[in-house]
Design a protein around this ligand. Structure first.
Ligand SMILES: O=P(O)(O)O[C@@H]1C[C@H](O)[C@@H](CO)O1
Ligand SMILES: Nc1nc2[nH]cnc2c(=O)[nH]1
Length: 307
């Protein structure tokens, strides 16, 4: 698994030398695999060609690495994962973060990680892009941490601080990019991402629990990648696209009240239990994919080459 040289040698045989030193890595979330559609000189490498890579089995995730130049002018050399790996697919955490470690070996200094997420904060409307500034990872706190295990690379820190996980500079660049693109203020927000294992979506009570703990959005990915990227010394930016509401502002509606109103003939507004689906998540990704793409392209223009 950790024989990076086999992966790197394979890449050397498939990708032209001028694209093999990407500055920025991108991970595309559910429905967001179209992000690097406008890469110049793009070269796609399918995961099944790469030792150490597993396959993405989730609809909306392709299974390829894309190398190329992104953004206006000469473009910035990037490598993008068109499809990521989630622990709920049965992948080991070491497999989930393997591509991030390969990106580090290729020289990636800045990583932009996107995901689809449910809103816990009732003020976040569907379609908002949340610039993540912190996370809560119940799996990490309870023993499902991708950095657990013997230290195989002694050049990496054993005890990684997480108080400065999400690069202040990169987060600010998102707002600079949005300003330049005249994106309306409400299209973006800042917030805390809660990582859960999935594949189940939250019960209403779990949603309220995570909200009470201080999270704004919830999703099933990203945090393992963030930890590996930080361990490898990369600057991290995470953008979450809100695809659905988890905590419904109107709250719980009592069925006893409803029944009593019904027999009294005063029932006007019967409760309905909202359910989320992955199709809904994907369709929001399609709807907001272009916005996410222009934002990421603009951010790339602003990232200093020595950041
Ligand atoms: O890969 P991401 O985190 O973008 O995908 C989210 C979490 C689940 O994989 C899926 C649920 O609909 O969307
Ligand atoms: N856990 C979780 N992940 C998501 N990904 C997209 N929407 C959701 C959600 O509501 N909950």
């Amino acid at each position: 698994m950790s024989d990076y040289s086999a992966t790197l040698d394979t890449l050397k045989g498939l990708v032209p030398e001028e694209l093999l030193n990407p500055r920025v890595g991108i991970i595309c979330g559910s429905g967001l695999s179209g992000l690097p559609a406008s890469l110049k000189q793009s070269v796609l490498v399918s995961y099944d060609q790469l030792p150490g890579f597993v396959q993405s089995t989730v609809p909306g995730h392709k299974s390829s690495l894309a190398f190329g130049l992104m953004g206006s002018g000469a473009g910035v050399p990037v490598v993008a994962m068109l499809g990521r790996f989630h622990p709920y697919e049965g992948h080991k955490l070491s497999s989930v973060v393997y591509p991030v470690r390969v990106m580090a070996k290729l020289g990636v200094k800045d990583i932009i990680i996107t995901n689809a997420a449910g809103a816990l904060n009732p003020e976040l409307v569907v379609g908002t892009i949340v610039v993540v500034h912190d996370h809560i990872a119940l799996p990490n706190l309870t023993g499902m941490n991708p950095l657990l295990g013997p230290q195989t690379d002694l050049s990496l820190p054993r005890f990684l601080p997480l108080s400065n996980t999400y690069s202040r500079l990169l987060r600010k660049l998102v707002f600079q990019a949005a300003h330049d693109l005249s994106i309306e203020r409400d299209a973006l927000a800042e917030g805390t991402y809660a990582w859960v294992s999935g594949p189940t979506y939250e019960t209403p009570a779990e949603g309220r629990f995570l909200r009470a703990a201080g999270a704004d959005v919830v999703g099933m990915s990203t945090v393992p990648e963030v930890l590996a990227a930080r361990e490898e010394g990369m600057n991290v930016l995470v953008l979450s696209l809100v695809t659905n509401a988890v905590v419904i502002p109107s709250g719980y509606k009592s069925v006893r009240d409803e029944f009593e109103a019904e027999i009294a003939g005063t029932l006007t507004n019967p409760g309905v239990d909202d359910v989320v689906s992955h199709e809904e998540v994907l369709s929001l990704g399609r709807l907001k994919g272009d916005l996410m793409k222009s934002l990421v392209e603009k951010v790339l223009e602003f990232i200093p080459s020595d950041a």
